[in-house]
Ligand binder design. Sequence first.
Ligand SMILES: O=P(O)(O)OC[C@H]1O[C@H](OP(=O)(O)OP(=O)(O)O)[C@H](O)[C@@H]1O
Ligand SMILES: NC(=O)CC[C@H](N)C(=O)O
Ligand SMILES: [Mg+2]
Length: 505
Amino acid sequence: MCGIVGIVSVGENSVNQEIYDALTILQHRGQDAAGIVTCDNGRFYQRKDNGLVKDVFRTRHMRDLLGTTGIGHVRYPTAGSSSSAEAQPFYVNSPYGIVMGHNGNLTNAHELAEEIYRTDLRHLNTNSDSEVLLNIFAHELKEQGKLEIDSNDVFNAIRKVHKRVRGGYAAVGLISTIGVFAFRDPFGLRPCVVGKRETAAGTDYMVASESVALDGLGFTLIKDLAPGEAVVITDSGEINFEQCAENPVSSPCIFEYVYFARPDSMIDDISVYKSRLRMGEKLADKILRDWPDHDIDVVMPIPDTSRTSAIELANKLGRPYREGFIKNRYIGRTFIMPGQQLRKKSVRQKLNPIDLEFEGKNVLLVDDSIVRGTTSGQIVQMAREAGAKKVYFVSASPAVRYPYVYGIDMPSPSELVASSRTTEEVAEIIGCDKLIYQDLDDLIDAVSAGSDNVNKFDTSCFSGIYATGDITPEYLASLDASRNDDAQSAKQKIGQESVGIHNGS
Ligand SMILES: O=P(O)(O)OC[C@H]1O[C@H](OP(=O)(O)OP(=O)(O)O)[C@H](O)[C@@H]1O
Ligand SMILES: NC(=O)CC[C@H](N)C(=O)O
Ligand SMILES: [Mg+2]
């Protein structure tokens, strides 16, 4: 679930530092690679590599990122490899010079890659689906057949992109002759907001994956891009929106609210924080309804993401909320780390129990989700070692049973602990005395209660129903084969990663 950002500043100010700052705010969406491209007088300046934002950009790189327009990206790979050659943004020189950063996953990337080669006569240098997206866009823009283009030509190209491309995508790009553009897939699977900031020189504009990035840089939200909608912001600060999809259907990804987004973000006008509070409330209702004589002594979150739900759950249950696990603030999110070995090791390094909160108590551990069971299994064991009498576990989302295909790397049913297992069987595997999952309807209610307009979500990893309606068993099987943990580590061992042609050190 990558993070994207684009800024157009109408004053003299370079955007390099602001894009850097926005990427650090969006770091929770991707920890593997980061990149920035700026544009000055028709020339692009780029720095991208594997690593966290703070490690990728040194002073010398920042100095070279000239210009008052630019885009940035933080990556969590869901296609191709983890090679630095697939760090984003990607660049094509024709037509006009275009760079693009993408959040999401294209489900017809292989077919499109063939078309790009055979029909569009373009070259792909990596296995990244984002490079595919950029080349499709570039081809369609070239098809407009103009030496000088305007916003309408960009919108026309995006119309064609929506027709050819399947899957989840929010993309931000920069065209050397125009400025910044962004677009969102026709189902609105991936989020994208647009904001503005008044300055003495005029209005600056920014696009970002989450509104929290706007807040941090002093921008105010204009709107979320609607599903299928696009925006073009010219170098001189002219902004135009256009609906580019024929039949847009709003179906944002519910997992953004469960886990991915920061709680202080608004997505599609719904506060992520409030939706998580409501998830806690619904869980408390379920416990009181199904287990009225429970003997829970204390409620504890598994930091970070479940904190918000756990607070409200404890409140409604009338039991004390305690922070029994302390998080090492220098370790990032474990779920989006590459490789099961690293994820497993990181849980212990990241979370440490305060024994006195556990000794002799029946504890209710709260997490936002149980995906592979990496976190929950180890945490239950740590709670027992810390002296808990009974360890109960609740998940603020339902059991994750199906692979996700629109930009979260869970490709393999066999790696999902709840796939083809009952709740009792999962409880046994993670070692807790009782396990309670949120009901899907309650999760949907918890999120949709924040909006009059959005009441349909992609819930595919919980329900097996894919919003785009075109996910076949064959596609799921090929995704599993190419991206399960074994396939990925085999790829790394035999050096099948692309070598970048993009970058010095
Ligand atoms: O069942 P699993 O495969 O372990 O995945 C689920 C866990 O991973 C995530 O935490 P993560 O450490 O990534 O981030 P957080 O600090 O934001 O909670 C999520 O919040 C769960 O705790
Ligand atoms: N998490 C994402 O949004 C990934 C974007 C893209 N599919 C990549 O792998 O780079
Ligand atoms: Mg967590």
